[in-house]
Structures are given as structure tokens and as C-alpha cells.
Design a protein around this ligand. Structure first.
Ligand SMILES: NC(=O)c1ccc[n+]([C@@H]2O[C@H](COP(=O)([O-])OP(=O)(O)OC[C@H]3O[C@@H](n4cnc5c(N)ncnc54)[C@H](OP(=O)(O)O)[C@@H]3O)[C@@H](O)[C@H]2O)c1
Length: 339
């Protein structure tokens, strides 16, 4: 019988977020087990795992110290699971976790969107699933190398099971803020992520797209629509950027020269950076559009209202594979009925 590896933290979905957070923890001596796809596992086996950040921080875990597999080892008993797959894979990943792990194992969903933790909890009711939110951007910059390009602290639903982990996450450089109610935090992040489909449809690097007032008007209108749906639902989104969610659309609509001055911090982005949805479209992968704009449509509908702009964005992204052509700002404004 195969020996069961001792595991402190199990990363379910070794991609950008899983490797960054898991790699940071492993560099502090935490026994991390990575469950992932062969492409990533081969890179870890050959190159080890390197995590870096925009402040110049760098940590490295050599191949010999990494434990990883395509499936969760039977009999394993991790103290904590980080669920880091994309939303469309949540149900399948949670089913695998539920089948193998002991009841009550804490699972933190480090995913975008609003419903991933609920989906995982529904599929694996024996596990203790906690909602989480990752505020920063992580990209795979080389084989086995993951770079955090922006700042922020992880946010996780508060629970006693989380407390023993706080100090180690802190010293690993991935500190956690705990929240009694994650919904405002998740919606605060979702509002910012509404730029993902705009960026993906523009075909431009993020900075260039945000410097175009036409695209910013599209984003501002999407944010206004989402803010209205949130107001109907009595949800006050958390402020995760320098500007409050309410003021953001006004700032976005400013003329380019004024926006450039006022939003200087927002525009501190690598020249080549694009949203991960742009990469998903380019690689023919499923996007998280249903967990972003689709969530706004569902929230509006639950209050007897509509969110036609978000619905249109879902349709445009879903139509992309049949017509993979970027839209100019004017074309996107017209498609959304904004002029
Ligand atoms: N990257 C960021 O900067 C960032 C920032 C904030 C939040 N987020 C959110 O964090 C979540 C994860 O994003 P990510 O960018 O880290 O995604 P990612 O790089 O695609 O990583 C997820 C990995 O998990 C793999 N996977 C899926 N199902 C699996 C399974 N059952 N067993 C083993 N591996 C499995 C995927 O493989 P395949 O794709 O080959 O199936 C992929 O390699 C998303 O909700 C995203 O929106 C990302």
C-alpha cells in the first residue's frame, strides 16, 4: 500500500493562485501538497516553485521539497485545503475533495465570484467550506515561476478553524484578513472584475484599454448597473481600491488627461498585462463570465429587476469563439446601446 504523505495544506488546483499561495507557505516549511494538471506538475518537478512579487520579494522551493500529484492521495488528512480552480471546475474539484477527505476538513475557496464556496459546500456537504477573496493579480511568468503583480491581503470568512493558520500565512507573506460577512468583500471585488470582459473584448493590454475613455464608459455603465442591483439587494460593496465603489464610475468617465492624473495609481500596471479572461479567450478556455456579469444578472433578477448591460456582456463573451475579433471602444459602446 502506498504511504500516505503528511500534509498540512492541500492546494486543489495548482495554477496561478494555488502555486503562489501554496509556494509561499511551502517556503516557510509548511508541508504543502499540490493537486494539479501534468503541465504544471512537470514544471514543478523540473524547476521547483518560485514565487515573486512587485516589491522585489522572492521565495524558492526546490523540486525535492515539493509534493504534488494529479489526484488527491487516498488517506491524506490535511489541516487546511485551498480551493484554487476556476469557477467552472469548482463542482468537480469539490466532489473529489468530498470523496477523499475526512468530514469537517476546512476548505478555503480562494476564487473570484460570489457562489463558489456555496457550490463547493453543496457538492461536498461534509467539508467546512469558507468563502475567500484574492485581491491581487498573479501570473505565471516562467515555468514554475509565479509573480504577484499587485498588492493586497487575502480575505476569508472568519471561523475558529482558520485561527491556527493566521500566523503562518502572515510569515509566508500571504496575510489573511478575516470577515464575519464575505458578501460585501466579494461584491467589492466583482465590481472591479467587471473590467475583465471589457479588456478581453478590447484585445488590448490593460493599461492601453483603461486609457481609452470609450472603454471606461462601458465599464462605468456596467458598474452603475451592478451598484443599482446591489442597492436593491441592500448589499453595500466593500471598498477595495483607492476610490469608493460609488465614486468609481464618475472617475472612469473623466476625460483622458484628467483620468490619467487622478487614476495614476490605478494605471500603475505592467505595459503588457491583460486580464486573465483575455488569456482564456485566446486559449479557447471557458471564461468566468457567468460568475461575473452573470452574477449581476441573477442578483437583479432576484429583486424583480434587469441588468441588460451585464446580460449583453455575457452574450458577447460567449459569442467570441464564433467571432474572435476585438471590438473597438465605439463598437462596444454601440453593442451595449450606449452610443
Ligand atoms: N490569477 C489571478 O491573478 C487571480 C486573482 C484573483 C482571483 N483569481 C481567481 O482565482 C481562481 C483561480 O484562478 P487562477 O488564475 O489561479 O486559475 P488557473 O491558473 O487556471 O489555475 C487553476 C488550475 O487548476 C487546474 N484544475 C482544475 N480542476 C482541477 C482538478 N480537479 N484537479 C487538479 N487541477 C485542476 C486547472 O487546470 P486546467 O485549466 O488545465 O483544467 C489549472 O491549472 C479563479 O476563480 C480566479 O478568478 C485569480
Amino acid at each position: 500500500m502506498a504511504e500516505v504523505p503528511p500534509v498540512d495544506v492541500l492546494v486543489m488546483g495548482a495554477g496561478a493562485i494555488g502555486c503562489y499561495v501554496g509556494g509561499s507557505l511551502a517556503s516557510e516549511g509548511v508541508r504543502v501538497f499540490f493537486v494539479g494538471r501534468p503541465r504544471v506538475l512537470e514544471a514543478l518537478e523540473r524547476h521547483g516553485l518560485r514565487v515573486s512579487d512587485l516589491d522585489g520579494g522572492e521565495r524558492y522551493v526546490p523540486p525535492g521539497s515539493l509534493r504534488a500529484a494529479e489526484r488527491i492521495p487516498r488517506g491524506v488528512h490535511p489541516g487546511l485545503v485551498l480551493l484554487t480552480v476556476k469557477s467552472s471546475d469548482t463542482a468537480a474539484a469539490a466532489a473529489e475533495l468530498g470523496e477523499v477527505l475526512p468530514p469537517g476538513t476546512p476548505v478555503v475557496s480562494l476564487q473570484n465570484g460570489i457562489s463558489n464556496a456555496a457550490t463547493a459546500a453543496r457538492v461536498a456537504p461534509g467539508l467546512r467550506v469558507l468563502a475567500g477573496m484574492v485581491p491581487y493579480n498573479v501570473a505565471e511568468i516562467d515555468r514554475g515561476a509565479f509573480h504577484r503583480g499587485t498588492t493586497g491581503r487575502l480575505a476569508v470568512q472568519d471561523h475558529a478553524l482558520l485561527r491556527p493558520w493566521l500566523a503562518v500565512f502572515d510569515s509566508a507573506g500571504v496575510p489573511i484578513d478575516r470577515h464575519a460577512n464575505m458578501l460585501p468583500v466579494q461584491w467589492g471585488k466583482l465590481l472591479l472584475n467587471l473590467n475583465n470582459p471589457v479588456n478581453a473584448l478590447s484585445g488590448l493590454p490593460l493599461r492601453q484599454q483603461l486609457m481609452d475613455r470609450g472603454y471606461r464608459r462601458c465599464l462605468a455603465a456596467l458598474m452603475d448597473e451592478a451598484l443599482e442591483a446591489l442597492a436593491w439587494a441592500h448589499i453595500k460593496p466593500a471598498q477595495l481600491a483607492a476610490v469608493s465603489p460609488r465614486r468609481m464610475p464618475t472617475i472612469l468617465r473623466l476625460p483622458d488627461p484628467l483620468f490619467k492624473v487622478i487614476a495614476a495609481r490605478m494605471l500603475r500596471i505592467d505595459d503588457k498585462a491583460r486580464s486573465s479572461m483575455a488569456d482564456d479567450l485566446a486559449l479557447g478556455r471557458r471564461t468566468e463570465i457567468n460568475e461575473l456579469c452573470g452574477e449581476v444578472v441573477r442578483l437583479a433578477r432576484s429583486n424583480g429587476a434587469r441588468a441588460p448591460l451585464s446580460a449583453k456582456m455575457v452574450a458577447l463573451i460567449e459569442a467570441w469563439p464564433a467571432r474572435p475579433q476585438p471590438l473597438s471602444a465605439q463598437e462596444l459602446l454601440s453593442a451595449l446601446g450606449l452610443g
